[in-house]
Design a protein around this ligand. Structure first.
Ligand code: LMR
Length: 396
């Protein structure tokens, strides 16, 4: 049976990581996968996470099943984290959610959930978008179409073209938006632009589906949720896939939230029964440990303050690197204007070089990035910045 299967190329992001790990060049730089790194290139376990784990070790009394929705405490804390504590949709009891294995789990569960309500529904995604959106949403049965979003040549948003494409999208279709820190391009909607898209959703009736994988990595926990919260106040129905991988540094623990906002509480109860049925038919129920850590942190003032300070440190380090690399590329004489890197947000920006130049950086300098020239900024450091900039100047 399996002999007829052909082999597939490695995943464009995860495959790169394996090649990087096998490279023996001591100067190698990993700008591939979106994982935060400190100045020494290490991805630390946050102190708040360690402390929460220590407490859990003492207090946890059972490993019995937690059920398809996960724990109510995690879901409630995350809903408040995403929407803000006194969000009208929460007060009206119109929100339901499920703890999922990572943001990917959330994206997939929500996509299958949509496919039950409207089989083969069309979802509009930004061009470009994260490489795994296609498989996660498409394999669930949704039809994927794209709207223009970012122009690599000028390193700017194509907002007018975005609006022009979305102006004909109506009820029954979904529009995927990145809440903040756009992956892969780092260019986010301004507040004025969010308002335009919110108004379009209200008037035209499409369903917003918001991916929030980097809350806290752009401008701060609340600022990064500004557009999402406005949208959630303005439309009757909306979906959110949230991830705790990056902002809690819990990548391998797989913690996420699939959240749906409904017209009213009765629709919410019916919808939730479907959502949990999707979960049961996929992986039955989510893993517990990572979400228990998040719940412990979000519900304890001291742990929460420590976590927020660590998140601020990660954000500020990345912003410092953004400024630093612009300067360093200029000092190395790299041909071009890279100032856009400093204006963009979150873990990623496109360097703006072509696939052949990306390959040269890998072959000749052991500098790894995905073919689109997306760089994960946190892979840079004070110690490798000059090496990186000189290499870029050379291949340009
Ligand atoms: C990335 O875009 O690098 C991250 O979201 C990790 C992943 O799973 O692709």
């Amino acid at each position: 049976m399996f002999e007829q299967l052909s082999s597939l190329p490695p995943d464009p992001i995860l495959g790169l990581l394996a090649t990087y790990r096998a490279d023996e060049n001591p100067d190698k730089i990993d700008l591939g996968v979106g994982v935060y790194k400190d100045e020494s290139g290490h991805t630390p376990v946050l102190q708040a996470v360690k402390e929460a784990e220590t407490r859990l070790l003492q207090s946890e009394e059972t490993k019995a099943y937690i059920g398809p929705a996960g724990t109510p405490g995690f879901n409630a804390a995350m809903q408040e984290q995403v929407l803000g504590a006194d969000h009208p949709a929460l007060l009206a009891n119109r929100v339901r959610s499920a703890q999922t294995p990572g943001g990917c789990g959330a994206l997939r569960v929500l996509a299958e959930f949509v496919n039950r309500a409207r089989p083969g529904a069309t979802i509009w995604v930004s061009d470009p978008t994260w490489a795994n959106h296609g498989p996660l949403l498409g394999n669930a049965g949704l039809e994927i179409k794209s709207y223009p979003y970012y122009d690599r040549a000028s390193a700017t948003l194509l907002f007018d073209q975005m609006v022009d494409t979305l102006k004909d999208v109506g009820e029954g279709d979904l529009v995927l938006l990145h809440a903040c820190c756009h992956n892969p391009c780092g260019a986010d909607l301004s507040r004025e632009q969010w308002k335009v898209i919110v108004e379009m959703a209200q008037k035209q009736g499409f369903t917003p589906y918001i991916d929030m994988a980097y809350q806290g990595f752009g401008d701060g926990l609340n600022d990064d949720a500004w557009g999402l919260r406005l949208m959630a106040e303005s439309v009757p129905e909306m979906l959110v896939a949230a991830s705790c991988s990056k902002n809690f540094g819990l990548y391998r623990e797989r913690v996420g939230l699939a959240m749906a906002i409904y017209n009213d509480a009765a629709a919410a109860d019916k919808g939730q029964s479907q959502m949990l049925n999707v979960v049961r038919g996929n992986y039955s129920m989510p893993p517990s440990h990572g979400a228990a850590i998040v719940e412990a942190i979000l519900t304890d003032a001291g742990l929460r303050a420590n976590w927020e300070a660590e998140l601020t440190e990660m954000r500020e380090r990345i912003n410092g690197l953004r400024a630093g690399v612009v300067e360093s590329l200029a000092a190395a004489g790299a041909d071009g204007d890279f100032s856009f890197i400093q204006r963009q947000k979150g873990m990623f920006s496109f360097l703006g070089i072509n696939a052949e130049q990306v390959q040269r950086l890998q072959r000749e300098f052991s500098i790894y990035m995905v073919d689109s020239s997306r760089i994960s900024i946190a892979g840079l450091s004070q110690s490798n910045m000059e090496y990186f900039s000189k290499a870029v100047a050379t291949i340009l």
